[in-house]
Design a protein around this ligand. Structure first.
Ligand SMILES: [Zn+2]
Length: 480
């Protein structure tokens, strides 16, 4: 018979004080433990300014597919150098604002795919369009995203079907990465600091025959490497979002890979086990890595960028405070005037890409499509006054990054290109005047009627001003 049994059996009052004492002692201890748990939870909450979740899905194609970025490739991929990824970082600011950042190791999302993905995320999570930031690394060793750059390729139906299947799977993968990241939401802190890297050279070389793609050591570059770190309240590193403005064009091989940005993410994750490293592509449309064309160079550039990030990690960071404010808008960018006769003449030319583009334009006119402009997306994500990501669509030349920094000198800013969708190059007023591949020739491969009108930079900046104003940022003067 134990103590309690005896108490109930005998009804003896002798055992009551002892029983109570044990009972009280037990509750006193439990109360202390509970209080400690509550205090700990409370402090980890007030020590954490945000909730953040991180997840990834592999997006390496499981069959041979055509790789994008070069018209010179003649066949589908023949293998995989390393996996490519869709990575999602979801940040809640504890004030009911959310931002979902997705980075992708692909050439760029088509308008169609960006729309599909955005709508699915909006429908599922009830977010505003401004709360989803999609950014592509612009690797030239990733799958063709159909129908982007469709003028570049001639494939048989079987290859096209493989790409359409890949595109569908890609949308599912992005949604799954976001789902997993939302399920992973935990108290986290964010910090920002900047470093610099030296991989890019300006690729617009002035010659007697105009601007050609080459190495122009005197042209503008942007060496900034922003590093945003995501940490648990007790200081454990969980994710790094880092950026750089340079084409991922070291390689033109047939094995799938993320080029220097892919190697950089791998190196950073190796140096910081258990974390997720995410690459945000900057305004690198007129920037190429130098030197190029061997796997060793791609690895070397990846290591340089990873080293720049590691160097930042050993220094001081600024804490990022809530709230996160987001804004998204579109503006119509108009093309210079063209005529149907001009495309009819082009149909008789020898250049097969021009012939294909002309046929495409005439077909569009026949069907009554409006080909006078493109709708251009501009987005701002501003964390208090501490860090702002301006996310521009398309292949944005470096002038936009440099000019935005001049226009918003008080902002701790990173200007991302290749965001939302990649519909074509976005030249500055300067580059539009100079001519060459980015403002003129590339439009053929993108299946667009020709160069933009002279007001392109002005139009983009008025959209930039709109989204910056909505997130609370003020320009230094009225004109860029
Ligand atoms: Zn490009």
């Amino acid at each position: 018979m134990n103590l309690t049994d005896e108490y109930f059996a005998t009804g003896s009052s002798f055992y009551i004080p002892l029983f109570r004492k044990l009972y009280d002692y037990y509750f006193a201890v439990m109360k202390k433990i509970l209080l400690a748990v509550v205090i700990l939870a409370f402090f980890s909450q007030i020590n954490a300014q945000f909730n953040a979740g991180i997840a990834r899905r592999v997006i390496t194609p499981d069959t041979a597919v055509w790789l994008s970025g070069y018209a010179a490739r003649t066949k589908p991929s023949t293998g995989v150098l390393h996996d490519i990824w869709a990575k999602a970082l979801v940040i809640d600011d504890n004030k009911k604002n959310r931002i979902i950042i997705v980075t992708l190791d692909i050439i760029g999302l088509s308008h169609e795919l960006a729309e599909t993905i955005s709508q699915r995320v909006i429908d599922k999570y009830g977010i505003d369009r401004s709360q989803l930031l999609l950014n592509s690394s612009h690797t030239h060793s990733g799958p063709v995203i159909w129908p982007s750059l469709s003028m570049m390729f001639e494939f048989v139906n079987k290859d096209l079907q493989a790409l359409i299947k890949y595109n569908r799977k890609l949308a599912d993968n992005v949604l799954e990465a976001i789902d997993l990241a939302i399920h992973d939401l935990k108290p986290m802190n964010l910090y920002i600091a900047h470093g610099s890297a030296n991989i890019a050279v300006n690729r617009r070389l002035p010659t007697e025959k105009g601007y050609v793609i080459g190495v122009n050591n005197d042209g503008p570059v942007d060496s900034d490497v922003p590093v945003m770190k995501v940490e648990t309240p007790d200081g454990k590193l969980k994710a790094l979002l880092f950026g750089y403005a340079c084409h991922n064009t070291t390689l033109d091989i047939y094995q799938v890979n993320g080029d220097y940005a892919g190697f950089a993410q791998i190196e950073i994750e190796k140096a910081n086990p258990g974390i997720t490293a995410m690459f945000l592509a900057g305004c690198g449309a007129d920037q190429n890595p130098n030197p190029r064309r061997t796997i060793e160079y791609a690895q070397q550039h990846g290591r340089s960028l990873a080293d720049a990030v590691q160097k930042v990690l050993s220094g001081n960071f600024i804490p990022i405070r809530p709230p996160v404010r987001t804004s998204f808008t579109t503006t119509d960018l108009e093309f210079s005037p063209w005529t149907a006769d001009q495309f009819k003449e082009e149909m008789l030319m020898e250049d097969r890409y021009r012939v294909k583009r002309a046929g495409f334009m005439l077909e569009a006119l026949d069907k009554g499509y409006d080909i006078s402009s493109v709708s251009y997306p501009v987005q701002a994500v501003r964390f208090n006054k501490d860090f702002t990501i301006l996310a521009l669509g398309g292949e944005v030349v470096v002038d936009y990054s440099l000019n935005t920094k001049k226009r918003y000198p008080a902002e701790n800013l990173f200007v991302a290109g290749y965001s939302t969708e990649v519909q074509c190059y976005i030249p500055s007023a300067r580059i539009l005047k100079e001519g060459g591949y980015e403002p003129e020739i590339s439009m053929i491969y993108y299946g667009l009627p020709g160069s933009f009108k002279g007001d392109v930079e002005e139009k983009v900046f008025s959209a930039i001003d709109r989204v910056m104003k909505k997130t609370g940022a003020k320009p230094v003067n009225r004109k860029p």
